[in-house]
Write a protein of this length. Structure first.
Length: 179
């Protein structure tokens, strides 16, 4: 039963991909500017990802090998307490690039025993307080604005992560292991 579902899902994805490619092709052939812009943006995004992902996967692979499970459990696991959230924010602050850079590392942290609410804090804080982004923001909007945003955002990130983590634990949510 699941193989038929998988086949139909793959077929639908291929149809959508083919439709997208036809749309972009016709857009360039007919000079349809919105379609041309969509195609150019897709190409630029794909090129950026292809340039970044090998380095990201290399760093995540080194993290998997060099950082012991016990270390992650001690600092980010169930018994880490408030310290786990602080470590997650510091780790998120060092994340560079777009948010999809943080996701492979979050997966590795999960496999090494990090608490779900700490993982949610890491992912959310990666979107809020990366050092390069924060420095760029401060140079344009001012240090006062940046500090206010951080002091408002980070407690909200931690609070919502804790609430969501408690809720997901209460309903016995488990993350799927990679296949």
């Amino acid at each position: 039963m699941t193989s038929k579902k998988t086949q139909s899902r793959v077929s639908l994805q291929l149809i959508l991909l083919a439709g997208y490619a036809v749309f972009i092709g016709f857009s360039f052939a007919l000079g349809f500017e919105p379609g041309e812009e969509i195609g150019k943006n897709f190409w630029e995004f794909s090129r950026t990802m292809l340039l970044m992902l090998p380095g990201i996967f290399l760093l995540v692979g080194l993290f998997e090998v060099w950082v012991k499970r016990e270390t992650v459990e001690r600092h980010l696991g169930e018994s880490s307490g408030v310290r786990g959230y602080i470590w997650a924010i510091f780790l998120a602050g060092t994340t560079f690039g777009p948010l999809y850079v943080a996701l492979p590392l979050a997966c590795t942290l999960s496999q090494k025993g990090a608490k779900l609410s700490v993982l949610l804090t890491y992912i959310s804080a990666s979107a809020v307080c990366r050092i390069p982004m924060t420095g760029f923001e401060a140079s344009f909007l001012g240090i006062k604005f940046t500090l206010i945003r951080l002091f408002v955002s980070l407690p909200l990130v931690v609070g919502t992560s804790m609430l969501l983590g408690k809720y997901l634990s209460r309903i016995d949510y488990r993350m799927e292991e990679g296949k």
